[in-house]
Design a protein around this ligand. Structure first.
Ligand SMILES: C[C@@H](O)[C@H](N)C(=O)N[C@H]1[C@@H](O)[C@H](n2cnc3c(N)ncnc32)O[C@@H]1CO
Length: 147
C-alpha cells in the first residue's frame, strides 16, 4: 500500500464520472464532500496487500494515527487514489481495505470522511506547508494468509 499524507487547511471533492464499470454506489450527498483542518490521506491499495488485507489495514491505521498525533489533526480524509502505484489491488479488495481503515479511524475517535471509490473526481486541497505537512508511507504485509 502507498499513502500520501497532506496536512491541509481543507480538502474538497466533487464526483465527475465513473472510472470503473461498477463504482461504489453513492447517495446524492456523497457526490461532493469537504473537511476543514484535515489530514488528507491519498491511498493506493496494491496487489501485494491482497495477501493479508487485515494486516495492512492495521499498519495503515497505526501510521495514520502516528502522523495525526504529531500534527494534532482530529479530522482525516481517506481518499482512494489509484496513482501512487503501478501494481494496484483489484477494486473489491481495495474498497474493503479502505472501508476498514475509515471504520477503525472512526472507532478511535477521529472525524473521518472517505471519498467515493471508482470515480473520476475533481478536488481542491490547501496544503499547510509546514515541515510535517507532506509525508508518504509504504506498507507491505509480512505474513500472507492462505486464501
Ligand atoms: C481517477 C482519479 O480521479 C481518482 N482519484 C481515482 O484514483 N479513482 C480510482 C479509485 O477511486 C478506485 N480504485 C481502483 N483501484 C484502486 C486501488 N487499488 N486503490 C485505490 N483506489 C482504487 O477506482 C478509481 C479508478 O481507478
Amino acid at each position: 500500500m502507498r499513502m500520501l499524507l497532506i496536512h491541509s487547511d481543507y480538502l474538497e471533492y466533487e464526483v465527475k464520472d465513473k472510472a470503473l464499470k461498477n463504482p461504489e454506489p453513492i447517495s446524492d450527498e456523497q457526490k461532493t464532500g469537504r473537511l476543514d483542518e484535515v489530514l488528507a490521506v491519498f491511498i493506493s491499495v496494491e496487489k501485494v496487500d491482497e495477501t493479508n488485507p487485515d494486516e495492512v489495514v492495521e499498519k495503515a491505521v497505526k501510521e495514520i494515527e502516528d502522523v495525526a498525533s504529531q500534527i494534532k489533526a482530529e479530522r482525516i480524509f481517506v481518499y482512494p487514489f489509484a496513482h501512487l502505484s503501478s501494481e494496484l489491488a483489484k477494486p473489491d479488495v481495495a474498497l474493503e481495505v479502505l472501508r476498514k481503515i475509515e471504520e477503525k479511524l472512526r472507532e478511535k475517535g477521529y472525524e473521518v470522511k472517505r471519498a467515493p471509490f471508482g470515480y473520476y473526481k475533481a478536488f481542491k486541497l490547501s496544503c499547510k506547508g509546514h515541515p510535517l505537512a507532506e509525508l508518504s508511507r509504504t506498507i507491505v504485509p509480512e505474513k500472507a494468509v492462505s486464501k
